[in-house]
Design a protein around this ligand. Structure first.
Ligand SMILES: Nc1ncnc2c1ncn2[C@@H]1O[C@H](COP(=O)(O)OP(=O)(O)O)[C@@H](O)[C@H]1O
Ligand SMILES: [Mg+2]
Length: 299
């Protein structure tokens, strides 16, 4: 069933009901996007819930999810549409002897011989979908320009076929890990949502949602330690994804506390660079061997 949110609270409750705990601005921006029909550009470090937001919105709104995973060298043929050469060839072979080139051409450049790629599928869909353009920062600026055209006109021009107009308007989410600056033109067209590592209580709620069986005290200690680790100058600080993985690992191992020993045993779940491991072992591991941690008491 397709849902149509009437307020920011509606969106917040809707997202929660499908297992996504939105921050305030997430619910606000999602509501505006649904109402204004503008794309959302979601930026932030890896593992803070950018991709998951698109999934959650599609489930909550009862819309299909069309996903375009971006990568270096992604081109129109993989993103928009492509001619189905094999099928065209077969048709040419099957064509009666003596058919003129014009007839053949009219025949093989019809919609039947088109392979829809994600962007085209999203606007060709009979029912409106959520379109996720994931990690747009991995493509180049040319691709961005092409996308801009699509996002402003909601049509695709196919030289052999003419204009293809959107049947339905998708809700569009673009995500970026911020590895390169996106163009002003793209930003202008989008609503902007910056997702960062969450506040302690928010992350605690997310961890509990994903591992309801984990002891409360351990869950709290876990997010406190994660926050401490993020303070260090690391190559790759742990994200929500790592917090959840760590919680699952601790649950599996039946840990009843995170002391120094447990920490050293399991810290490779949250830090994944050789040099980071050394820093973390030294700075956090040592603190955990001290009898009482003052910082955890005050929260
Ligand atoms: N607000 C949230 N509520 C529930 N789960 C979340 C939330 N944010 C992140 N997660 C979880 O964290 C993990 C990483 O999220 P993901 O969307 O893959 O990160 P990103 O796309 O930003 O790299 C996923 O397992 C996701 O379910
Ligand atoms: Mg992602």
């Amino acid at each position: 069933m397709a849902a149509s949110p009437q307020s920011i609270d509606d969106v917040a409750a809707g997202l929660r009901s499908v297992g996504y705990l939105p921050g305030e601005s997430t619910a606000l921006v999602s509501f505006l996007a649904a109402k204004l029909g503008k794309p959302i550009l979601v930026e932030g470090p890896a593992g803070v819930g950018k991709t998951e937001l698109a999934r959650a919105l599609s489930t909550y709104l009862g819309r299909g999810l069309v996903r375009l995973q971006c990568y270096e060298g992604l081109d129109e043929a993989k993103a928009l549409y492509e001619w189905n050469y094999r099928k065209q060839l077969l048709r040419i072979q099957a064509e009666a002897e003596g058919a003129g080139w014009q007839e053949v051409q009219d025949d093989i450049f019809g919609e039947e011989f088109l392979l829809e790629r994600p962007l085209m599928s999203a606007i060709a869909a009979e029912e409106p979908v959520v379109l996720l353009i994931d990690e747009i920062d991995k493509t180049d600026q040319e691709f961005e320009a092409m996308l801009l055209e699509l996002l402003s006109d909601f049509q695709i021009s196919i030289p052999e076929l003419g204009r293809f107009e959107a049947r339905t308007r998708p809700i569009v989410l673009l995500t970026s890990n911020n590895t390169r600056e996106l163009t002003e033109a793209l930003k202008r067209r989008c609503l902007y949502l910056w997702l960062d590592y969450p506040q302690l209580e928010h992350e605690l709620a997310i961890v509990k949602l994903h591992t309801p069986d984990l002891d409360d005290a351990i869950a709290r200690k876990l997010v406190e330690i994660i926050a401490m680790v993020r303070e260090l100058d690391l190559k790759k600080p742990p994200s929500i994804a790592e917090s959840i993985d760590w919680a699952r690992a601790l649950l599996l191992l039946g840990a009843d506390d995170i002391d120094n020993e447990v920490f050293v045993q399991t810290m490779s779940v949250i830090v994944k660079h050789r040099t980071d491991l050394d820093v973390v072992a030294e700075r956090v591991g040592v603190k955990l061997s001290e009898p009482v941690r003052a910082a955890s008491a005050g929260q």
